[in-house]
Design a protein around this ligand. Sequence first.
Ligand code: NAD
Ligand code: IPM
Ligand code: MN
Length: 368
Amino acid sequence: MASRKLLLLPGDGIGPESMAEVKKLIAAMNADLNAGFETEEALVGGSAYDAHGQSISEADVATAMAADAVLFGAVGGPKWDSVPYEVRPEAGLLRLRKDMELFANLRPAICYPALAASSSLKPEVVEGLDILILRELTGGVYFGEPKEIIDLGNGQKRGVDTQVYETYEIERIAAAAFELARTRGNKVCSMEKRNVMKSGVLWNEVVTATHKNGYQDVELTHMLADAGGMQLVRWPKQFDVIVTDNLFGDMLSDVAAMLTGSLGMLPSASLGAPDAATGKRKALYEPVHGSAPDIAGQGIANPIAMIASFAMCLRYSFNMVAEADRLEAAISAVLDDGLRTRDIMSNGMTEVGTTQMGDAIVAKFRAA
Ligand code: NAD
Ligand code: IPM
Ligand code: MN
């Protein structure tokens, strides 16, 4: 039997509620398919801070580095608003991304047929939508130095963040975008703001050069990121793969989430480079949404983003393509049956809680 080591980091708020539904799937796959998943679980975010004063422990970072894949729920919440900046819940997630060198964050925005009417946009705008936002995840303003608040001594302070990109960082994310595009619609749109940012000028140059150097079969266009946000809402189906930096990718993917009906629908995969010797990639799978403090503890969170993140894990970390397809089909089928969590509820549908939605997806998966 295969041994597949998973580290589960449920985190805070609705993180543990959504992760509970993925645990059911893991158990079902071990029982039915002899999948051999071995899970370990650890604290991250505010729950880790409460337990030991850090948003993730050194030992748990080491476990994440050694795991075949990490499944991450969500972190943060008002309870930790005043903890020191270095140990705030979000720092644990950023530390994992940086230490594991997870530079490529795949955020697919797919509008399931049954949800075309749930989007805040007209059904014809989102029906059949299948785009991929590829967000650079280990560089840019998230990590650039200096990053500080300086007391100017005259009653004023200066807050500084630094946007930095080097050639190799842009090259590898551009190459990843072209490779991914070849497996789908063969189009890449690169978004930056070269009109105001030097890092945007470099981004544009390097993406263009990478394209010339081996990827000319893929169609490449460029768009200023603000206009890109507008186009995402105006006519999102013009896009196939969007490649963009860390901060623009964060914002544009929340926008794209609403095209699919809810932030509770969007999964993601954060991938490193393949290891030269083994070909294996470090990987962490997380929904795009956060800990949703406004609905945490009520049993109403939509677990689909977390479950679909697990489907991406099956696909990208374990090459279990048939099982990933089957899980995505199970999600689609449950939506076709009219089951809805509150965030995607509409007239005539059946409202269910987190657990019922998870149970229904597990049942469809097992029955398929
Ligand atoms: P959020 O994504 O937690 O919530 C935004 C809105 O979307 C809320 O109204 C919430 O109820 C709704 N929502 C999100 N996921 C949902 C789901 N699965 N089902 C139903 N509704 C859902 O963003 P926020 O409120 O801006 O941030 C809350 C906290 O989460 C902050 O501390 C933030 O830093 C953190 N955060 C963490 C992650 C992560 O861990 N990956 C991502 C984003 C935000
Ligand atoms: C995301 C989140 C994170 C980010 C936070 C929680 C650090 O918003 O994954 O989209 O800004 O990258
Ligand atoms: Mn975000």
